[in-house]
Design a protein. Structure first.
Lengths: 239, 308
């Protein structure tokens, strides 16, 4: 279970404090699939990064399974079972796909197990397993490899920052199947996704609408979706 | 024949991945003495008459054979210059593994300067692997100044992998190559310096014949207070293609000077150079930390990958 209490985050801009998140309260129960949506600049990615420990809050606390993790660094949170998929995956010269999957799994992953993860994300394992995660890979390929690393992590809380960006329609179906499979396979696991995509919002247990640094509304897709304006499958703002 | 001690065996493991006597031809040199030699029907190794080194003769058409010529220095204060000449016969296909390991626990400098000359015959293929390694906690410096000269006949190809990852205090390496038509040279250099080490690596590759190609790629990491200079020049004297790249990670108070340069003396010479120096990207560290690695482990993985 993830509990966020009175969380605020501010940055300094032009010598003034700019508030990105203010006094945010949120509980995500075990086994839940939660999608956080909202307009650009509403603080969604910042919230995801605060959960992983990439950013430190100005005020407030974050509890994971009852333990206060606010002061823990990224590594410690990762070890407790939190994982994070980047909106823009990172490239590495010389580190191969199989190396990253091995590091993600935390064990000496067999090549066949690594290949299974790649097949899950719709990549032909044989073509990718020895590839370097460098600029020879396209944005879409990187994105799928990023998702494969979270499959290999197999953690109780997985946070995805806009996983659909750069992914084509064919693999979009695949993506939804992956989220559903993760929920089923990892006991009591929760998935938090930052997304604008209607099809992802539709399969959520709960949608959180973030706007102006705070939660404006929350509820099931049936409750929230009618309140969102649809623009070619992308939900942008409150009606 | 000199029996190798434990330190010497460890050095040989580091530089040549050898745990026992290799198959094929070899010449071991330990503390300036011959420690073992084997020749085969196709590969002959003879000492130069003036004692300055060895000549390696590979018969034309020799396929799938290897030559190992490791050198180890485990006494402090040795300073030697050795000339090794390789005559690689036409149409042969061989692997040559060289390398030098220095363990210096004493207060005097130890230095090995190997001058390797390769005469690569028509259509011959050579893979050359060279590793340098230093260990020992004495005040004496561990110094390696290798010179490599490559003379390539028509249609020959040579791949060179040169690695110096640990423990060498000072190195000044020089590589020169002359390529005739259709010859192909690929160089992969890996270098890491720590502490107050200094490393200089210079290349001069002359593409003299039509369709000669060269690809010289260096990846290096400079940590602590170490400094590196990479100076690679490719000269195109014929219709040819050449590429040189220097990619470096800088850490701590390291210093790196990269001077890739090109010279074209023929209108159909196609030459490209690239150079990049930068610190480890914060996002790379963060990504690996989200997988459960500590910052230090993440750094090691990034460097290991980079120097692969």
């Amino acid at each position: 279970m993830l509990e966020i209490k009175n969380l605020s985050f501010a940055v300094e801009e032009d010598g003034r404090q700019k508030e990105i998140l203010r006094n945010l309260n949120l509980t995500i129960d075990n086994g839940k699939f939660v999608v956080i949506t909202g307009p650009n600049g509403s603080g969604k990615s910042t919230l995801a990064r605060l959960i992983m420990g990439i950013e430190k809050p100005t005020e407030g606390s974050i509890l994971f399974d009852g333990k206060d993790v606010t002061e823990l660094d990224i590594t410690e949170r990762a070890k407790l079972g939190i994982s994070f998929a980047f909106q823009q995956p990172v490239r590495f010269k010389g580190i191969r796909v199989k190396d990253l999957l091995r590091l993600a799994s935390g064990k000496n992953l067999s090549v066949s197990a690594a290949c299974d993860y790649l097949s899950e994300v719709g990549l032909c394992a044989r073509d990718y397993i020895d590839r370097e995660i460098n600029s020879s890979l396209s944005g879409g390929e990187l994105k799928r490899i990023e998702i494969a690393t979270l499959l290999a992590r197999h953690t109780r809380l997985s946070v995805f920052d806009e996983p659909e960006a750069g992914i084509d329609l064919w693999s979009f179906q695949n993506l939804i199947r992956i989220f559903e499979k993760m929920r089923k396979e990892i006991e009591d696991s929760s998935i938090v996704i930052i997304s604008h995509q209607e099809r992802i919002l539709n399969i959520a247990d709960e949608i959180l609408l973030l706007s102006g640094g705070t939660i404006q509304d929350r509820g099931t897709p049936d409750e929230i979706m009618p309140k969102l304006v649809r623009q070619s499958g992308t939900c942008v703002r409150l009606q | 024949m000199v029996k190798l001690d434990a330190i010497q065996k460890r050095l040989i493991e580091e530089i040549a991945d050898l745990h026992s006597i290799p198959e094929g031809a070899y010449n071991f040199r330990a503390n300036s003495q011959l420690a073992g030699r084997n020749t085969t029907a196709n590969i002959d190794i003879v000492s130069k008459e003036d004692g300055s080194g060895i000549d390696i003769h590979i018969k034309p058409g020799t396929k799938n054979e290897s030559v190992h010529i490791p050198v180890v220095l485990s006494q402090s204060g040795i300073k030697e210059t050795v000339y090794n000449d390789f005559y690689v016969g036409e149409d042969s296909d061989v692997v040559i593994v060289a390398g030098c390991g220095i363990d210096n626990c004493g207060s005097q400098d130890s230095e090995h300067d190997g001058i390797h000359r390769f005469y690569v015959g028509r259509n011959a293929r050579v893979k050359y692997v060279e590793k340098h390694y230093g260990s020992g906690d004495g005040k004496g410096q561990r110094i390696l100044n290798p010179v490599t000269e490559v003379y390539m006949e028509e249609g020959s190809s040579m791949e060179m992998e040169m690695e110096q990852i640990k423990g060498v205090d000072s190195t000044d390496r020089e590589t020169r190559a002359e390529l005739k038509g259709d010859a192909r040279l690929v160089v992969k250099e890996r270098l890491m310096t720590h502490g107050t080490q200094t490393a200089v690596s210079g290349y001069q590759v002359n593409l003299n014949g039509a369709n000669a190609t060269a690809d010289v790629v260096s990846r290096s990491v400079a940590r602590d207070d170490s400094s590196q200079t990479f100076n690679a020049r490719i000269t195109g004297n014929a219709p040819c293609s050449g590429h040189t790249e220097c990619d470096s990670i800088i850490m701590d108070n390291g210093r790196i000077l990269a001077i890739p340069s090109l010279e074209a003396n023929n209108v159909d010479a196609m030459l490209v150079h690239e150079a990049a120096i930068g610190k480890i990207a914060g996002d790379q560290l963060i990504k690996l930390m989200t997988l459960g690695l500590t910052e230090q482990q993440a750094e090691e993985q990034i460097i290991n990958g980079f120097l692969r």
